[in-house]
Design a protein around this ligand. Structure first.
Ligand SMILES: Cc1ncc(COP(=O)(O)O)c(C=O)c1O
Length: 459
């Protein structure tokens, strides 16, 4: 059972009811069944403590999704609060347009350039992952115009990949539920196979044959469209919300070779996988890819401030500089690019990761995490599990009477918040990276109990 009301947060039913009804009347929620929300209202989270969050009724949950894959250092890290407050006092805002600059953003760009597997990289700071992916495509259109390839503009991404909610972000996204009713994807955004072997393999097909078939189909797509029209390929090194998909061995090496053959830029969306989630600083290191550009977000600031980043290879940046020489200025900018508070918090996050050995910690705890994950396969509701580092999916048996929403609800009754995978076929786990072994064991004990609870409710 979830721990019962915490004495320091008295439950005031009247205030809660008034707040919930105000929410329903005034606040629009993303990725929510809007009509259902009117009836059920919100869960209001009021406090955080380490890997736990506490709701307005005093119920305490292990946040096994780290919010949205992002609260990597938990929900009560004083050093990050102090970094924000210090920066708020010194300079709460200034911009980086028209050659203005601020120290935290300069230092953050330098720091990121030294960390990423991209030579001579340059950094553009934004506020959200969606914005980063959107601007990245826009920058590359500018780049291809600059280098005399005005027709090479299409982008291929993968079915079940998630890349954000802006018009371009949702066009890159390969999830039908993100397209229906929204007039996206835009023309010029194409989707190829998800490298999810156990889901998409043909009868009797080996992993190697699967990889060759899906990459063969990708090559056919490139040839049918005309290689001179395909600018870039975007992928998450390990798919996050679309299923925690870990591509079969050999997939990325062959994919990179195919993309170079047709001079197509490899773009790594590291918004979930960046900063330790897969057990390395970046997912690109885990799956061994060398992208032309990366997008970063979420754990960049441990989610304490909205900040994201685009990292561009040096020659791409150089071409953009040269293209602008005859123009008044680079015709792109946004009010909060390089916001000093976000940058200061991101810098402090990276410092804490280093000082506290978070990568080594993730690798240590990951062995318990993956062992306990695997043991969930013994449960009759579970078809398979997948995991790397501290991210995982628990895939439910198809055709059963229990869906992800049912398991999610039972997990909450056991005091654990999980994410339902896109399409409701399972649940995702991505706890704060600071989770201890004891907390990991507690989380899996509760998840096992939740599965048993869900099975008992099956008619
Ligand atoms: C892989 C990936 N890319 C991009 C995004 C979009 O980021 P944001 O929600 O910050 O706009 C997300 C968000 O979940 C994501 O998981």
């Amino acid at each position: 059972m979830a721990d019962r009301p915490n004495s320091s947060v008295p439950y005031d039913a009247r205030t809660q009811t008034a707040l919930a009804s105000s929410d329903v009347q005034h606040l629009i929620h993303g990725y929510t069944h809007l009509a259902q929300h009117r009836k059920s209202g919100p869960r209001i989270i009021t406090r955080g403590e380490g890997i736990y969050v506490i709701d307005s009724r005093g119920r305490r949950y292990i946040e096994a999704a780290a919010g949205m894959w992002c609260a990597s250092l938990g929900f009560s890290e004083e050093a990050l609060v102090e970094a924000a407050v210090r920066q708020f006092r010194e300079l709460p805002y200034y911009h980086t347009l028209a050659s203005q600059s601020v120290e935290p953003s300069i230092r953050l760009a330098e720091k990121l350039s030294g960390m990423v597997p991209i030579p001579d990289s340059h950094v553009y700071l934004t506020l959200s992952g969606s914005e980063a992916n959107d601007f990245l495509v826009k920058f590359l259109w500018y780049y291809n115009n600059a280098i005399g390839r005005p027709k090479k503009k299409k982008v291929i991404s993968r079915i079940n990949g998630y890349h954000g909610a802006t018009v371009v972000g949702s066009s890159l996204t390969g999830i039908e539920g993100n397209h229906v009713g929204f007039d996206v994807p835009l023309p010029g955004f194409l989707h190829t196979w998800d490298p999810h072997y156990t889901r998409y393999r043909l009868e009797g097909e080996s992993e190697g044959e699967f990889v060759d078939r899906i990459l063969g189909d990708l090559e056919k797509m490139i040839l049918d469209e005309g290689p001179h029209t395909i600018m870039a390929f975007m992928a998450e090194p390990v798919t996050g919300g679309g299923g925690v998909v870990i591509a079969p061995r050999g997939y990325y090496a062959k994919l990179q070779a195919l993309l170079s053959k047709y001079d197509i830029l490899f773009l790594a969306d590291e918004i979930v996988t960046g900063f330790g989630r897969t057990g390395n600083m970046f997912g690109c290191e885990t799956v061994e890819i060398r992208p032309a550009a990366m997008t970063l977000g979420k754990a960049l600031s441990a989610a304490y401030q909205p900040i994201a980043a685009i990292v561009l290879r040096g020659d791409i940046h150089e071409a953009m500089v040269r293209a602008g020489e005859q123009r008044a200025s680079f015709g792109h900018g946004n009010t909060h690019s390089g916001n000093p508070v976000g940058a200061a918090v991101a810098l402090k996050t990276l410092q804490l990761m280093h000082e506290r050995g978070i990568l080594a910690h993730v690798r240590r705890v990951s062995s318990t995490f993956l062992r306990r994950l695997k043991s969930l396969e013994e449960h009759p509701l579970v078809a398979e599990t997948r995991g790397v580092g501290l991210m995982a999916a628990v895939q439910l048996r198809l055709g059963g009477n229990v869906d992800a929403a049912g398991v999610k609800l039972c997990a909450e009754e056991e005091g654990v918040i999980v994410r339902a995978l896109q399409g409701g076929s399972g649940i995702a786990l991505s706890p704060p990276l600071i989770i201890t072994e004891a907390e990991t064991n507690d989380m899996f004990d509760r998840l096992a109990a939740a599965l048993t609870r869900a099975a008992a409710r099956t008619p």
